[in-house]
Design a protein around this ligand. Structure first.
Ligand code: SF4
Length: 463
């Protein structure tokens, strides 16, 4: 589907509602927001085939596993889940089992060898093949795999299928704007599992976001592996990410735009000014530091230094006062010395992120870092613990200093643990819980004053 017809506002190429009644499906997801989004597309395809969502995997006729390869743990979980499905399928031979996602892309043959009960394996760029694969599996067709990654022919993007956004009543939606990655950080398997960087045509994004807004979406999160390098390889010519934000911010009904994750080196002044100037673009940025010592960054093949990273944060904080900043950090990267680790701690103390995702390095077969000298597990575990302690203390201090402040919050609904409390995020991505009437306030923007701080966010009250 390389030539996609543009939608008229209010129209859709996808049928709404189920056509024929069939069995039930279950989609199990591991990994990032891109995977969550892909899983939602898979569920929509199955619904269009007439399948309904199963409450429990044990009753589903079609089971899809959307896997992750970024660390070893989610891969182990997927294999163990497949083991449980083998037992289920013994008693239910008509069950269809498909494996999708990054692990499917790089370990298809091994998946099949270890799990002969799997009906098909489908790669990251082949989600739209799933209805056909399910149909064929139901008709008894033996193991199939669909793993092609689309080619990027010179400067032009080809073969990016249109996405289905017919999902009513969703306040917040993910919108992938770019697939794959051209950066090749030495620890990362993504360029292999998702292929080279491809941006979705701007007009497709405009139509999709317009349709989402018509269906009730108020907040979108733009997804990409290096989201701010969007637009480099489009047939219509380069559209910078900052321009895209401006265009999407102008779509009626869209109140909030977030994006994740940017690549630090490509974070330039034009983008920082758009965050300041376009009201729909939220004052939050998730800026992955990964390591806080230049030798470490060099071995990771991250194309920036601690100094250039500092300059970006300084400009961001000066141009957009109060901006929320979060990050990703890896500890125990191959060859990480005590001095390099101390560099990371020093950077975290200096940069004072509001929050951080902190990980122990996990070797990914097929990446350059997996071949480097590994840090002993007990050392990387101790380092991670130390980093978490330091960052948690910083997050608590920052949150404490914000008690009594007022924040604009988009009300998402009741908190999962206490249905009597509502929750939502501030513009700068701070989670706040507060009392209110869910029937009246869901989807509304309210001003909340924080009354109590926690590591995860705040309790507050509507002003
Ligand atoms: S920028 Fe680096 S870490 Fe991020 S997806 Fe690309 S290769 Fe992986």
């Amino acid at each position: 589907m390389s030539n996609v017809t543009l939608l008229q506002p209010g129209s859709s190429p996808f049928p709404r509602g189920n056509s024929t009644k069939r069995g039930t499906y279950f989609v199990q997801t591991w990994g990032c927001q891109m995977n969550e989004e892909d899983s939602e597309q898979m569920a929509l395809y199955l619904q269009e085939m007439g399948f309904a969502a199963a409450k429990d995997v044990r009753e589903a006729q079609v089971v899809l596993l959307n896997t992750c390869s970024v660390r070893k743990k989610p891969e182990d979980k997927a294999f163990s889940f497949l083991g449980e499905l083998a037992l289920l399928k013994k008693g239910r031979p008509d069950m269809v089992i498909g494996v999708a996602g990054c692990m499917a892309q790089v370990r298809a043959d091994e998946i099949r060898k270890r799990n002969p009960h799997v009906d098909f394996v489908v790669g990251t760029a082949q989600v739209s093949s799933i209805p056909g694969l399910v149909e064929e599996a139901l008709q008894g067709k033996r193991f199939q795999k669909r793993l092609d990654l689309p080619e990027r022919k010179g400067a032009i993007v080809t073969d990016i299928p249109q996405r289905n956004v017919e999902r009513t009543g969703k306040l917040k939606a993910f919108v992938p704007i770019q697939y794959g990655c051209d950066k090749f950080c030495t620890f990362c398997i993504v360029p292999t599992t998702r292929g080279r960087e491809r941006s979705r045509p701007t007009e497709h994004l405009v139509e999709e976001v317009r349709r989402l807004a018509e269906l009730g979406t108020k907040e979108i999160t733009l997804l990409g592996q290096t989201v701010n390098s969007y637009g480099k390889n489009l047939a219509e010519g380069r559209v910078p990410f900052s321009k895209l934000l401006q265009i999407l911010g102008g779509i009626p009904g869209i109140e909030r735009i977030r994006y994740t994750s940017p690549y630090p080196r490509d974070f330039k002044t034009d983008l920082i000014e758009i965050i300041r100037d376009v009201p729909e673009v939220m004052e939050h940025c998730h800026m992955p530091l990964q390591g806080g010592h230049n030798d470490l960054l060099k071995r990771m093949k991250r194309l920036y230094t601690v100094e250039s990273f500092r300059e970006i944060l300084t400009e961001l904080r000066a141009t957009v006062p109060g901006i929320g900043l979060t990050t990703d950090v890896i500890v125990g990267f191959p060859g990480e010395t005590e001095e390099e680790f101390e560099g990371t701690l020093a950077a975290m103390r200096e940069f004072r992120f509001d929050g951080a995702y902190m990980f122990r390095y996990s070797p990914r077969p097929g990446t350059p870092a997996a071949e480097m000298d590994q840090v002993p597990v007990e050392v990387s575990k101790a380092r991670l613990e130390k980093l978490i302690q330091i960052q948690n203390a910083i997050s608590c201090e920052i949150n404490e200093s914000l008690v009594g402040e007022e924040f604009e919050v988009l009300v998402e609904g009741p908190t999962p643990k206490n249905p009597g409390l509502l929750q939502g995020y501030s513009r700068c991505f701070r989670m706040i819980h507060f009392a209110g009437d869910v029937g009246k306030l869901r989807g509304e923007t309210v001003t909340v004053r924080t009354t109590q701080s926690h590591l995860w966010g705040f309790h507050g009250e509507i002003v």
